[in-house]
Design a protein around this ligand. Sequence first.
Ligand SMILES: Nc1ncnc2c1ncn2[C@@H]1O[C@H](COP(=O)(O)OP(=O)(O)O)[C@@H](O)[C@H]1O
Ligand SMILES: [Mg+2]
Length: 210
Amino acid sequence: MSDTESAIAVIRAMAAAMEENRQWLTRLDSEIGDGDHGTNMHRGFQAALERLDGAEPSSAADALKAVSMALISKVGGAAGPLYGTAFLRASTTLSGKENVSAEETAEALEAALAGVKQRGKAQAGDKTMVDALEPAVAAAKEAASSGKGVAEVFRAAAEAAAEGAEATVPLAARRGRASYLGQRAAGHKDPGAASTHLLLDAAARALESS
Ligand SMILES: Nc1ncnc2c1ncn2[C@@H]1O[C@H](COP(=O)(O)OP(=O)(O)O)[C@@H](O)[C@H]1O
Ligand SMILES: [Mg+2]
């Protein structure tokens, strides 16, 4: 598969994961937010698929940019613009690159994290998607520097994101809607951290099976 085809396969797998987990993500968000995260992510990724079908991306960067535009324009709420920024930064990092390496993949994830943190001002421990994405980036960089391939980089990232998402359970939230609940958010997994894990896991699975 070309890089463009791989990126499209990854995005399709992400969209499928958002469809399969729509209700679960919405349930998590109804516990500490307003119960729309699953619907938001599903709508955003359906819009991303429509864009991809309409535009025939010419590179992985192009495909990621289409996702970004769909998420920014079609998803209200906090997560749409934040994930939109993440995909846009990843796209910019990969722009002009062919045969995207494991290192470049890790760099793209790192840029995505930087974008989320810059836009949302959350730090690790605030009970947001950053709690999944930050350890994922560290694991991705570690995997890339130890000679692993792109699929393994995503697998390492997904595993770290799963742990990071789990670690949000006992936390009180300091960003986003859940922060209105103060200590009452403790005992619930953060929906955005959960979706970050699902997206990285979908990426890993798409690349492992290609
Ligand atoms: N400032 C922020 N920085 C990073 N992530 C955030 C921030 N605010 C919210 N989030 C993430 O967005 C998720 C909620 O997304 P969603 O329900 O789609 O939007 P909304 O909170 O507007 O209803 C949270 O679980 C959290 O992970
Ligand atoms: Mg919500």
